[in-house]
Design a protein around this ligand. Structure first.
Ligand SMILES: [Zn+2]
Ligand SMILES: [Zn+2]
Length: 303
């Protein structure tokens, strides 16, 4: 099953040096989940050959403009491009009022339905579930209510050992039950041991997205043992006072968090516009957590 994330923006606050503010596109089994939607996100989708029409779900972490100012433009373009299927928006409650005000004053009547889900930023919750993925909120510590999102793959059915099934003449009608892990008793009394005919499916993976936050142990449990952790790393650690003041994290802290929670891979982003190049941020994070990568525009990471 495809489970990968493409980075559309790596900058904090303002677009600089070819870096856009935050947005990411998660592909989970060819269903597309947009995570944050900063100004310029639709241009980034076009640039990297990603189809906005495939996005059915949008998740907004908080209402600072560098995380959602691109949404009205994207929604308008979807309308102009003839979208008719609904779009689901998971975001702070006020997003509905903000978007509707903009539609009202431009006399825009969308041809498709927007279905809003108001996120409660007071405690972690499962907010979405389908056959592929479970999505839970991560309660971050920022200047305004802010949640991250943890995407965990659903466990797949067991894999059939088809050659063995065929050589033992097992009826195809029994395959679905075997996939579910059941031992079967045949009419003649024989028992088909599931483990003889199937193997376990892959262990489900998880992706934790932590947008804007102060270093705060209270959310570490929510991201424990994630396979890939995206964490903001707005500043170098020499700017720790500024990070605390603005409720952001340093590259070193992001790496320390990855170590503490047992992540396998760390992606860092949301870089301050003061950094023209990013090597120092990467070096700082890798000194603590070697498997760190810069979450840069156009890069796709397997979870
Ligand atoms: Zn931000
Ligand atoms: Zn913010």
């Amino acid at each position: 099953m495809t489970f990968e994330v493409t980075i559309l923006g790596s900058s904090s606050a303002t677009p600089v040096y070819n870096r856009n503010p935050t947005a990411q596109l998660l592909n989970c089994n060819e269903k597309f989940y947009l995570i944050d939607c900063a100004e310029g996100t639709q241009q980034q989708l076009i640039k990297f050959g990603l189809k906005a029409s495939k996005i059915d779900y949008v998740f907004i972490s908080h209402l600072h403009g560098d995380h959602y100012f691109g949404l009205i433009g994207l929604l308008s373009s979807m309308h102009l491009n003839g979208r008719i299927k609904p779009l689901y928006i998971y975001a702070p409650e006020a997003i509905k009022e903000i978007l509707e005000l903009q539609f009202k004053h431009s006399d825009t009547h969308l041809k498709y339905e927007l279905i809003y889900f108001a996120i409660d930023a007071s405690k972690p919750k499962i907010i979405f579930e389908n056959n592929d993925v479970i999505i839970e909120t991560i309660i971050l510590n920022h200047r305004i209510p802010c949640t991250g999102f943890k995407f965990t793959e659903k466990k797949r059915l067991r894999k059939l050992l088809v050659e063995k099934l065929e050589s033992d003449n097992i009826a195809i009608e029994l395959y679905p039950l075997l996939k579910r892990g059941v031992d079967l008793e045949l009419p003649n009394g024989d028992v088909l041991k599931n483990s003889d005919y199937t193997t376990d499916s892959a262990i489900p993976k998880s992706y934790a997205y932590c947008s804007d936050t102060l270093y705060d142990e209270s959310y570490f449990d929510s991201i424990k043992d994630c396979d890939t952790l995206y964490h903001e790393a707005t500043f170098l650690h020499e700017m720790i006072d500024r990070a605390k003041e603005t409720h952001h994290t340093t590259a070193l802290q992001a790496a320390q968090i990855a170590t503490i929670v047992g992540a396998k891979q760390l992606l860092i982003g949301h870089f301050s516009s003061r950094y023209k190049t990013l090597n120092a941020l990467l070096d700082e994070a890798q000194s603590e957590f070697p498997n760190t990568a810069l979450a840069l525009e156009g890069n796709t990471f397997q979870i």
